[in-house]
Design a protein around this ligand. Structure first.
Ligand code: 3PG
Ligand code: MG
Length: 393
């Protein structure tokens, strides 16, 4: 990617406004249950602080329509402070007096986290006055919010535009995500195998289309396989299907030819529970009263064989209901095959990232994305305005 990064900037004595994605999951009590997005932003954060920059961090959390005490960024600032081992200031607003004062008080190597940018209506509206105030806080703008890069919210687009001729760069996380989810995929080592799961064909249609154009194989799993099965005239019993996507599935089957691989067997149950009665049937032969919850063992074996010889792998979406054993079996076998292969392996965010972490293979793959929607958009071949508008090398 030919964008300037934070490494190309000398931040000493300068105010750097960094957009991060601290939209992390929390439990009922507000405790952060997965801080990966915060940890993955640390290289850029530490790079600015260690070189004597004054850092202002901004992010959204959730989808508030206005101020919402439950969605304050305070806990993320506290978690960041623990990870950095130093104090992190917190401003109770983004464009108000508290932000102004806390930013003014920063010394070299210090940082402040601003309150949730979505508490201000200007964020979603792309309001120029709001964006102008945020841009006015800083000498340098840095986008390290990969998970939000598919959005055109003010902090992603209007703010860097309002920086005018001041430097606007990518952070290390965005650079890395773009490298793997876009550059590696455009010039893959072969065989290049994509493995796509999840519930709905409609979520993955553009990804399947794009990857069929560049991959050697696209392997399908998850509930979307049952819609494909219907398209081939199969019986899917009570499985989750999208009747209005059957024609689309037919088109993809025609387009994909032998590149598009569908399950050959299905692990079914007679109720949505670990304790249900179970059986393995051939794909397209699911009896009434039964639903598919996972790819079957033959399919898992076949997919694992193909993954073994792959040189580039992209995986997005679980193969079955992996949170409900034994229907996690297909996802486990596939994850292990990816971990064992010496391919460049790229794991999409969201459920697949959660699955690879939960199964303990996260350290054995090349890249686990921090983006859910953003990683899908990038796998669709989309370019992001929030990245495109930043300074070229
Ligand atoms: C995400 O988790 O999907 C990103 O942080 C973007 O959030 P959004 O979908 O609310 O824009
Ligand atoms: Mg989202």
């Amino acid at each position: 990617m030919a964008k300037k990064t934070i490494a190309d900037i000398d931040p000493k004595g300068k105010v750097v406004l960094m957009r991060v994605d601290f939209n992390v999951p929390q439990d009922e009590a507000g405790a952060i249950t997965d801080d990966r997005r915060i940890r993955m932003a640390l290289p850029s954060i530490e790079s600015v602080l260690n070189r004597g920059g004054r850092l202002v961090l901004m992010s959204h959390l959730g989808q508030p329509k206005g101020p919402d005490a439950k969605l304050t960024l305070k806990p993320t600032a506290a978690r960041l402070s623990e990870l950095l081992g130093k104090p992190v200031a917190f401003a109770a607003d983004t464009v108000g007096d508290d932000a102004a004062n806390k930013i003014k008080a920063l010394k070299d190597g210090e940082l402040v986290v601003l309150e949730n940018v979505r508490f201000n209506a200007g964020e979603k509206a792309g309001d120029p006055q709001y964006a102008g105030t945020l841009a006015g806080w800083a000498d340098v703008y840095c986008n390290d919010a990969f998970g939000t890069c598919h959005r055109t919210d003010a902090s992603m687009v209007a703010v860097p535009l309002a920086m005018g001729s001041k430097p606007k760069v990518v952070g290390f996380l965005v650079a890395k995500e773009v490298q793997y989810l876009s550059d590696t995929i455009a010039n893959p080592r072969r065989p290049f195998v994509a493995i796509l799961g999840g519930a709905k064909v409609s979520d993955k249609i553009n990804v399947i289309n794009n990857l069929l154009g560049i991959c050697d194989y696209v392997l399908i799993g998850g509930a979307m396989a049952y819609t494909f099965s219907l398209a081939r005239g199969g019986k899917t019993g009570g499985s989750r299907v999208e009747l209005d996507k059957v024609d689309l599935a037919k088109e993809l089957i025609a387009k994909g030819g032998s590149k598009l691989m569908l399950p050959v067997d299905t692990h079914c149950g007679d109720a949505f529970s670990s304790a249900c009665n179970k059986q393995v049937v051939k794909a397209g032969e699911i009896p009434d009263g039964w639903e598919g919850f996972d790819i079957g063992p033959e399919t898992a074996k076949k997919y694992a064989e193909l993954l073994k010889d792959a040189k580039t792998v992209v995986w997005n979406g679980p193969m079955g209901v992996f949170e409900m054993p034994p229907f996690d079996e297909g996802t486990k076998i596939v994850a292990k095959a990816i971990a064992d292969s010496d391919a460049t392996s790229i794991i999409g965010g969201g459920d697949s990232a959660a699955a690879i972490e939960q199964l303990g293979f996260a350290d054995q793959v090349t890249h686990v994305s921090t983006g859910g929607g953003a990683s899908l958009s990038m796998l669709e071949g989309q370019k992001f305005q929030a990245v495109e508008l930043l300074d070229d090398k």
